[in-house]
Write a protein that binds this ligand. Structure first.
Ligand SMILES: [Zn+2]
Length: 125
């Protein structure tokens, strides 16, 4: 968690997301903080939505985004158990409530994206 006051955090996020229509914003399901927006949706390996099964048989659904200004990136960059070949991953948490919303991926060519868990997000209609 950042030490910045929450109001400042919200302001910063809204600033980065200000070009987005309110209906396009995607928020944290837990605390409603703006996380990303529909226009940041992207395709990685030709797919926006990916489904992975971990070694314990647990299914993870993720959707890929170019940016997620409402998250903070935590932890060391890891290559172990990486779902996207050639990338390193870190955790992506909600900047406001610290819930894990997915993962941040980056490769040696400075290409990066977020893989976020749709069931942890709220899409306004
Ligand atoms: Zn949150």
């Amino acid at each position: 968690m950042s030490n910045l006051p929450i109001k400042q955090l919200v302001h910063d996020v809204l600033f980065q997301l200000q070009d987005c229509e309110p209906a396009q914003l995607i928020s944290c399901l837990n605390c409603r903080q703006a996380i990303t927006a529909n226009n940041y949706r992207t395709r990685i390996h030709d797919q926006h939505h990916h489904r992975f099964v971990n070694p314990d048989g647990i299914i993870y659904d993720v959707c890929c985004f170019n940016a997620a200004p409402g998250t903070i990136i935590n932890g060391e960059a890891m290559t172990q158990y990486c779902w996207f070949q050639g990338y390193r991953w870190q955790y992506a948490h909600c900047e406001h409530c610290a819930d894990q919303l997915g993962w941040y991926y980056e490769n040696d060519r400075n290409e990066s994206f977020f893989a976020l868990i749709p069931s942890s997000l709220r899409t306004k209609n």
